[in-house]
Design a protein around this ligand. Structure first.
Ligand code: ATP
Ligand code: MG
Length: 142
């Protein structure tokens, strides 16, 4: 399997509960390397741009309000097959439906406040990483 990078956002609910460190530790134990990391407070414009694909969904306003209410931690994760492996470790969007041991089962509250974001394809991972990290802030791939 090829080495890949994917984007993780530890969402406001998880940062507020001070579980950001536990989530990063779980990811490292699961074989991911953190190759870039930032704690920041998303503006409305940045959150709307990031989730633009969902702009016509009924929950869009609620999603933007949630993502901008307090700081997030944004991480670029690297390992073999990172996109699919991280989606597996994250668990289903709704924590109630997520498998035992997944981040969303352990740390998510509900379908909106579900602890983490993860890129859903390699192409989207590249775009999402570039959305938050200038190329000179991420170590070059080996
Ligand atoms: P993410 O993109 O955050 O990794 P995902 O890919 O599992 O999550 P998406 O369908 O892309 O799920 O939805 C993006 C986010 O929008 C969800 O993670 C959640 O925070 C929010 N969301 C999705 N469905 C709902 C819903 N029915 N009600 C409220 N919020 C929702
Ligand atoms: Mg998604």
């Amino acid at each position: 399997m090829a080495t890949e990078r994917t984007l993780c956002i530890i969402k406001p609910d998880a940062v507020e509960k001070k579980t950001g460190g536990a989530i990063l530790a779980l990811l490292e134990t699961a074989g991911f390397s953190v190759v870039a990391l930032e704690k920041t407070h998303l503006s409305k414009v940045v959150a709307e741009g990031f989730y633009a694909v969902h702009k016509d969904r009924p929950f869009f306003g609620e999603l933007v309000t949630f993502m901008t209410r307090s700081p997030v931690i944004i991480a670029v994760l690297e390992r073999d097959d990172a996109v699919a492996k991280y989606r597996g470790v994250m668990g289903a969007t709704d924590p109630v439906k997520a498998d035992a041991g997944t981040i969303r089962k352990l740390f998510g509250a509900n379908v909106g406040e579900n602890a983490v974001h993860g890129s859903d394809s390699l192409a989207n991972a590249k775009n999402e990483i570039a959305y938050f990290f200038a190329a000179n802030r991420v170590a070059p791939t080996a």
